[in-house]
Structure formats: C-alpha cells, structure tokens
Design a protein around this ligand. Sequence first.
Ligand code: FAD
Ligand code: THG
Length: 822
Amino acid sequence: MSTTPRVVIIGAGIVGANLADELTGRGWDRVTVVDQGPLPLTGGSTSHAPGLVYQTGPSKTMTAFANYTVDKLKSLDVDGAWCFNQVGGLEVATTPERLADLHRKQGWATSWGIPGEVVSPEECVRLHPLLDQDKVLGGFHTPTDGLAKASRAVVALARRAESRGAEFRGSTRVLGIDQHGGRVTGVQTDQGDIPADIVVSCAGFWGQAVGDMVGMRVPLLPLAHQYARTDQIAELVGRNDDHIEARLPILRHQDQDLYYREHNDRLGIGSYAHRPMPASLGELPEPEDGATEAAMPSMLPFTEEDFAPSLEHSRLLLPALRSAKVETGFNGIMSFTPDGGPLVGESPDVAGFWIAEAVWVTHSAGVARSVAQLLVDGRSEVELHGCDVHRFDEIQTSEDYVTETGKRNFVEVYDVMHPLQPKLSPRDLRVSPFHARQKELGAFFLEAHGWERPHWYEANASLVKDLPTEWAPRPRDAWSAMYHSPIAAAEAYKTRNAVAMYDMTPLKRLEISGPGALALLDRLTTGKMDKSVGSVTYTLMLDEAGGVRSDVTVARLGEQLFQVGANGNLDLDHFRRQAPTDHSVQIRDITGGTCCIGVWGPLARDLVQPLSHDDFSHEGLKFFRCKSAHIAGIPVTAMRVSYVGELGWEIYTSAEYGQRLWDVLFEAGRELGVVAAGRAAFNSLRLEKGYRAWGTDMTTEHNPYEAGVGFAVRRQKEEFVGRDALAGIDAESVSRRLSCLTIDDGRSVVLGSEPVFLDGEPAGYVTSAAFAHTIGTPIAYAWLPASATVGTQVEIQYFDRLVRATVAAEPLVDPDMHRIRR
Ligand code: FAD
Ligand code: THG
C-alpha cells in the first residue's frame, strides 16, 4: 500500500493536469484530480487557449518556467498528434521605441539562455510572408517558441498520470474544504467527500471562489480577452492541414496589442486592445450539455464593436486580411494579478491547502514542477519569490486594489515598460508621516507595495550647479534618464559630504517577542542572536538547501523583544509559519504604526547630538548598536546602521511623532546643509558600498558565499536552518559569484537584467546597476563565473550595443569602514 500523501487537485486544466503528472512522476500515486466540468474539455481557460508560447520575459524565473513547458510538451503526443508545434516566435516592431525594446528583450533572452535574434524587415517577411514589409521596422525571432495544444496536452498528461495511479473525476464540483486542527482533511463535492492530506487549488480564474472556502485571499481578477478566427485566407490555403494547423511562426504586433496564429487556412487574432472587461463568476454561461469547443463557462459572447479596431489594425499589418471577416470569436476569461505574476503558495491558516493559479499555458509545466518539488522535496529548484502568493502586503490583496491593478495590467500587457515605471493608480495608498513635507520639497514619488517613496527632491535642484566637477552629473541616454534626475548626484554628494535625511518608513519592520523569540530567531538565522540588549545583527535567513531566503537586521530591544528589519511580506509569512504553536512567540508587523528617518553623513552627529540629552557619541552608541533615546523630547529608537555606508542612525518613532521629528531634524540641520534625499541617491550609495538588495542581487538560488555575504554566516553556531547544506562550501570554492563591475567608458549606465559576455560568450547577467557618484563612474553588479576575477574584461549588452566593463575589487567605497565607524 502506498503511503504517500493523498492529494486532491481542484481543476483539470493545464495547471492541474501538469501537477498530477509531476507528482505521480515523483512517486506520489494517491492523486485525485476533480473538475466541475466534463473531461477532458472542462470549459476552463485551457479549453479554448490558442496556446502561443513566447518564452522570453524580464523575469528569469518565468522564462525558465516557459522553457520547461516547451521542453516537456514537445515530448508529449496523443496518439501521434502533437502537443507542441515549434513554429518559432516573431514579435514585430512598427515604431522605433518597440524596435529598441526588442533589442532589450533579446538581451533578456541571452541572459536567461533562450536563443533569439533581432532581424531585419526583410527577414520578418521571409519568416512570415503575410506581413507588409513597409509596416515593420524589424522583429525579434525565437526559433524555440511555438504553439502549445493545451487541451490535447491535458489528455496526454492525464493519461500518463493515470498510468501511474492518479484518478481524474469530471463533473465533480468542489463545494467546500474540510479541515481539522488547522490542517486540511479533504474536499466536499457534489459527488461526495474525498479525504485528502493535501489539496491544491488549480482552479484558474475561479481561484478566489475556492480560496474563500478556507478564508484565503487570492488576489486575482478574472478578465475577458478577445480572440477571433477569420474566414478562409487565400494566402493560407494549401499551406497547412488540420493535423499540423500552423507552420508560420506565432506573431505578435504589440504596438497594437495584437497577436496571431494560423488555424490551418484561417488566422486566429488575439487582442488586448479593448477596454478591460471584468467577468463575474456568477454570470458565466453554463451550456446544458457541458462544455463544447463553441460554448463553455470561460467563453463570454463576442462583442464585435470592441474588436473592430483590432481587425482594422490587423489588415494594415497583414494585407492578406484585407477582405477577411471574423468567422468565430469569443471573449475568453483569464486571470490577472496586481503585478502580473502567478500565485503559488500554501494558505497561512490551513496547512496543506495550496494554490497554483493565474498561470498561463506558457508557464504551466514549470509552475507545476515547482509546486510538485515544494510538496515532495520542500523546495523548488527555480526560485519563486515573484510567484509566491504571500509577496503582497495586506492592502494589495484587497478587492479594490486587485481590480484596479488587474485592469491596469491588462491595458499595459504589451506596453514598453521602463523598469522604474510607476503605477498611475492606485496612488497615495500608503504615505509616511513625512509626506506633506516631502511634497513641499518637490519630491518625485515612485510607488512600491503601495508606498509612495521619494526618488529625489526638486528642492535640491539648485545644488547641482555648485557640485565639484568630479561630482557633476554626466549626460545619460534617454532610456536610463527616464525616472531619474541629475539631482540625485547632489543628494549623494550631500550624503557623503554633509548630512541627509532618508525616509526609511516603507522598510518592513517586525516585532518578535515572547519567551520563545530568541530561540526562533536563533534557529532561522545564520547569526549570533544571544547578544546583549542593544545589539543589532545583520544576518541571513537560509532555506534548507543553503539558499538565501532573506537578509535582515535583528535589533535586540529587550531580553524577549526583537525588532527585525525585513525585506517584505515573505519574511513576515515565513516567521509566522515557523513560530511555535504554543504562543511563546508573538509576531507583529509594526511598519504602519511607526516611521523611520535615516540620518546619514559625516555631519550626522553634529545634527543629532545637540537635539538630545542622550549620548550619540561613538562610544555612547557604537556601530550596530541601538538604544531608546529622546530627540527634542520625542521618544525614539536609534539604530546605528546605514545602508548607504555613512555615519548615522536609523531613527524610529511612532507615527504620530513622525512629522515633528522630521521638522526638528530638518530645522536643526539647516546650518549644516542638510537635505532630504531620495531613493535614486540611496540606491547608488548602497551599491557602491557593496550592499546587496535581496530579491534583485540574490535569492534562494544563491548561497551566501556566492552572493558575497558569507561573512554573515556564523559557522561555529551549532544549529540553524541551512547549516548542513553549507558544509564544504566557502568563498574560495564557489563556481559563480556576484561580481562588481565598473563601466570602462565612465558614462554608460545600464539598468539591470542585461547579459554579460566573457570572451565573447554569454556568461552571466546584471542584477543592479547605478552611476556611482562617489567614484564618478557607472557600476553594475552581475552574476559571473568565479573565473572572472578582479581585472577581467567583460562586455554588457545594452539594447543593441556592447558596453565594456571590468571586474573590480569591492566594495568600491570605504572598504575599511572609516566613514561609518567613528
Ligand atoms: P483552467 O483551464 O481554467 O482550469 C481550471 C479548472 O478548474 C477548470 O477546468 C474549472 O472547471 C475547474 N474548477 C474551478 N472551480 C472548481 C470547483 N469549485 N470544483 C471543481 N473544479 C473547479 N495562455 C498562454 O500561455 N498562451 C496563449 O496564447 C493564451 N491565450 C489565451 C487566450 C484567451 C482568449 C484566454 C482567455 C486565455 C489565454 N491564455 C493563454 C491563458 C490561459 O488560457 C490560461 O492562463 C490557462 O489555460 C489557465 O490554466 P488553468 O489550468 O490554471 O485554468
Ligand atoms: N535597515 C534595517 N534593516 C534592513 C535593511 C536596512 N533589513 C533589510 C535590508 N536593509 C538588509 N540589508 C542590509 C545590508 C547591509 C547592511 C544592513 C542591511 C549593513 N552591512 C554591514 C556591512 O556589510 O558592512 C554589516 C556589518 C556587520 O555585520 O557588522 O550595514 O537598511 N534596519
């Protein structure tokens, strides 16, 4: 008798079927897949998906998922009929902006290991003869992209899973989830109850309704998206047959939010050009005879007037469509999320209840493999922070937020997006107590997790002309100049040469307290936690395989009271799950009720000390120590920490005192030349100081020694999560490294995710980059083979050109810590 866990998968679409296959492939044979619809065509999104698979995107993880889907579906067939038709992918540019963006995309492809090149208009037409050569400026061609036959792949996957013991039950609707003692125990269906140790909801755009059954918020918006097929196109007649369906590459015309594929001698046209059309789960069609290819719950009636402009634009790009008509069309329903990523993870309240939703066909096999690995091995080989359902803060899972951002992401789905480009709405959702003052100073705000964060202050513009020549801002190319200001140079200068105030309020702060707090922190981090009250520790949280799941600061405010400076909601979620169930540890997110000003610079002490009776001298409050104090009568916690690498403190107080604290410091700093400084300067200063940003520079994919934070691992510590995996690993033995690069020409600024070439071959990719004002040259951090030692020459591909760079010894600024420790 098998003793593997009993798994119920809700949903037999491409995600559920892939998951059943991945689980049974790992020996879990007690898997039941249920679907409310008939099998195999259940009537979900998979049942009608045209199946275009473009692998390349800005995310390494998502590209890896797509790549795995291609490889897997290529190996499947149903009685000789294909599941993946590798016709290649072509995206064309009809504007210079798009053409430039395709070069950027080609860079991502190189960074993530997908073959692809930018081709001429002639080559576009050779690849896809229906194109009007006069309309296109070029294209991005990937030979390994193609068409997934998703509904057929479901059959192939189900057959294979069934042959290994899985059971698929159609026409079985899940009505509720059984639980006991905080654990899932089964599902209730209209065909009876099914016991289970693990339930995975792969319910696609129905995800919220299933999540509601266990009180889990699933931030997903079902939106309709139009898909139509033309009548017969003369130019396609005789090219294909019903078996092969398509030979031309799948085609994207993103400047008009359109995509195309062949259906034998018809052309399928998908459009994102229309208004966002939210779909309500209560109003879906329910065909009497279950789902057919022409009628199913995920297909709403075609609204021709919404499609008319798309047909017109299609005719301009593809003259063969001049007299074509729409033969069939529908408004198909799919899922959108606040940031466009999928939703993977376990309920925080009901152990064993998982979701894998808002997943495209493109990423389905990859996501399913990761979920199977999480369930079977406890860890996904591909890092998942951008897919984890717990990446959102509470406000971001509210219905209003999900609806507004979901609609916006629909509209922007094919837009050329700058990496810093902010949401236009919702804005002003979360503001710090300093917000009014920041506005008075002309702050330019960008948004992150709902927070408004100043990137620079127009009030500092007048300082730029007085900068010493070495600090004068250099001209930038138009792309890297977007969402940037030369004012950042002045703010960086003031931070290194006088004193500046940074709003650190959005930094996630957790209070961890109680008799079990020390033991919890000790087990989860790599550092020594049993230090004296008043200590602050920079430490790592690892996963079982030794990957970096976060880097945090832990301040010991009392014997049983700690304040953790974290990287985001994933850390909160992790602490909550790991906390003992005996109530010996309390975990509170105190971010919203508190605020923080980073006061940093060589004159920081001259600014703060006169305002306080407490001792802010080097001896009175040493580096990486904290204490309670009063500043102008305001109770604060001062922490001698600086992510920008300067003398000074993070000064915390509760929200109601925030504005007064800001005013007092700003006023007192006037004669010292204090400035308010923003994220643009901040990011440059932290990077030139060599401080890593978790999620960008390092993730669970990397061990601490590769990431250059091995110093934070206390190897003599007896026991902590990830310790065993680090045995035998050190900074010398690693095969890749997060490396510091200086840009040789002294002016080209790159932005991140660009490929890096070593001896002319792709060898790694950029994580973060900035103009390092203190040394007067642009820099970048990049993942490179360990053989790329200091002095090695490399090239970074920025759009269509190569930028020469050199591996440098790091940190570039203040390696001896003279600026901080004094
Ligand atoms: P689904 O296929 O919807 O499966 C979910 C299943 O859960 C359904 O079968 C449903 O019946 C079942 N279910 C829900 N609730 C319950 C319950 N309570 N009890 C039992 N069963 C339940 N993606 C691409 O990658 N490329 C494309 O070209 C592409 N084109 C698209 C075009 C259109 C018009 C649309 C609408 C989507 C397109 N997509 C495309 C997206 C893609 O179709 C979906 O993302 C994907 O099919 C989702 O798969 P899934 O398995 O998560 O969901
Ligand atoms: N402040 C606080 N908490 C944080 C951050 C912060 N938590 C998340 C994130 N930022 C953590 N990242 C860093 C990175 C480097 C440092 C602090 C936080 C740092 N490093 C010293 C160094 O490497 O020189 C540590 C030296 C030591 O371990 O003694 O200061 O910005 N509150």
